[in-house]
Design a protein around this ligand. Structure first.
Ligand SMILES: O=C(O)COP(=O)(O)O
Ligand SMILES: [Mg+2]
Length: 227
């Protein structure tokens, strides 16, 4: 029985990938999970203050995994990654001519940059520096290893006292592959990265009310039972 649903933010709770406007249809549906005792958490590359605020205003109670796995909140807040060395941020920006996300001002471990195109030489640089690097489709993210949504999700599930088969996750990008490693039920949105769709158990069109309702009914009815 699913007791916790993890949702990515950018590209998953938004109307389209590459926009920031929230998709009110999916948010309304996620609230029905909450009304049925299934908690909803946000797992995202965004900063903690943004996600912590959204979590309450959207009516969720499952907590937050911010900064791509580095900051976890459920009743209390814990940091599970090393702090960023700001000299590395400056070096990365200078070398690859990328721009700070406005949210870097509020970040501690994972820093993000635009444009989101991840190049082979950037991966090499990260490797040499012992750093995690990935792209959400909205931004490039760097953090000291170990980092990634899997680290934070593991901690959040432990804080809830659940096992992975009681947890579902919804996502759109390659950063969500890491979140998928930690959960039983893996859901990709219909315009997700092909690689994510291949590793999903289910693909849903989050703008199609009927598709969403059918999925919700199955989750609430306990149809996704793992033994
Ligand atoms: O912070 C970003 O780049 C996007 O974040 P998300 O897709 O993990 O919500
Ligand atoms: Mg996303």
């Amino acid at each position: 029985m699913i007791k916790l649903v993890l949702s990515d933010l950018d590209g998953t709770l938004t109307e389209e990938r590459n926009t920031y406007k929230l998709n009110l249809t999916i948010i309304e549906k996620l609230r029905i999970f909450e009304e049925n005792g299934i908690k909803v958490a946000i797992v995202s590359g965004n900063s903690f203050p943004v996600l912590r605020g959204l979590h309450n205003y959207l009516g969720f109670s499952g907590g937050v995994v911010a900064e791509n796995g580095c900051v976890v909140f459920f009743k209390s807040k814990v940091k599970v990654c090393k702090d960023m060395d700001k000299r590395k941020v400056e070096e990365f920006k200078e070398r690859y001519k990328v721009k700070d996300s406005w949210q870097n001002l509020y970040k501690e471990c994972d820093f993000s940059f635009t444009p989101p195109e991840l190049k082979a030489d950037m991966r090499e640089w990260a490797n040499i520096n012992g750093m995690y690097i990935n792209s959400s489709g909205y931004a490039i993210h760097i953090a000291f290893n170990p980092a990634g949504k899997n680290i934070g999700v593991r901690k959040l599930i432990e804080m809830h006292g659940l096992n992975k088969n009681e947890v579902a996750a919804i996502g759109d990008s390659l950063t969500d592959l890491e979140m998928f490693e930690e959960v039983g039920l893996k859901i990709a949105v219909s315009d997700a990265e092909e690689e994510l769709k291949r590793s999903a158990n289910l693909i849903i069109n989050t703008k199609d009310e009927r598709d969403l309702s059918a999925f919700m009914k199955k989750v609430i009815g306990g149809e996704f039972e793992y033994r």
